[in-house]
Design a protein around this ligand. Sequence first.
Ligand code: NAI
Length: 333
Amino acid sequence: MARHVVLVPGDGIGPEISAATRHVVDALGVGIEWEILEAGEKVAEKYGTLLPKYVLDAIAMAGCALKGPITTPVGKGLPSANVALRKALDLYANLRPVLRLPGIEAPFPPIDLVLVRENTEDLYSGIEHVVAPGVVESIKVITRKASTRIARFAFEHARKTGRKLVTAIHKADIMKKSDGLFLDSIRSVAKDYPEIRYEEFLVDRACMQLVSHPTRFDVLLMENLFGDILSDLCAGLVGGLGVCPGANIGEKGAVFEPVHGSAPDIAGKGIANPTAMFLSAALMLDYLGSLSEGNRLREAIKKVLSGPQEKLTSDLGGKATTDQFADAVAAAL
Ligand code: NAI
């Protein structure tokens, strides 16, 4: 049965990896009907926003989108399209699997963990104001409702996937009220999952443990800002940003996208690694109920990654272009 999916190619390397992803997903023969819509820098001037309303409406209507990265201006300019999208569609759960794939050199034994990041509040509430010249306040918003539902999501995900440990990451020694509420909400939920061990780590200690003993973790549960930072840290443990997928999931739909950004330093060169977007598409196929196609795609990626190193993209030490890598994955299917 054909499924309607909105594809937002995005900025920088986005169009290159999106075209490669369409190629491999179409090769699976799963019958996706793509509706390709632009957001980001290309449309910003025309619409005065990085995320035009018609794109938002189309994603809400389809209930499913695959998205490339969108550039966010630093320190000025338009607000982030990514944050706006997650908030507007209430995509409250950000799921980021961190898996060491075959053929990728990394300093650790095989890592297989998953980050669950609250996606709608925290310091990403966007509430900032100048109190007086030289003094600015940014408001961190934490609510029991959002903390409870992300905790429920994390424990349900752990139960469904047979994971045994949930670690909440926080800074409640300093932010006693906000992170205190976050932890208190999680503790209430944890009681309903007696088969899953629950523990708490200060974010600084968690960073230290992640770069020295990453395999001791299983499911990491955290607020928005810590989730943003720790997911890049975890990407570094398994071969870099080019191989880490992500999903933003809500009650009414989901948007799948790589963890990495628009990589302006390599945009237009045809050398970006499309693996993270391929794996995001595999998560999307799981979400759409096409589990066997999602697994076929993952297996094909692993097969190519296990082959000769020169057939990989340059971030993984190879010489292949984005398109050559995509052709190899499509052939492996
Ligand atoms: P970035 O993730 O774009 O790049 C960091 C480094 O990783 C660069 O050296 C880049 O070349 C490399 N890299 C990233 N993805 C790669 C891939 N697929 N293959 C090979 N190398 C890859 O992070 P940066 O430079 O901090 O951000 C650039 C822009 O992206 C910013 O405007 C930022 O706001 C935006 N961004 C957007 C995201 C989204 O749309 N979900 C997520 C993260 C950042």
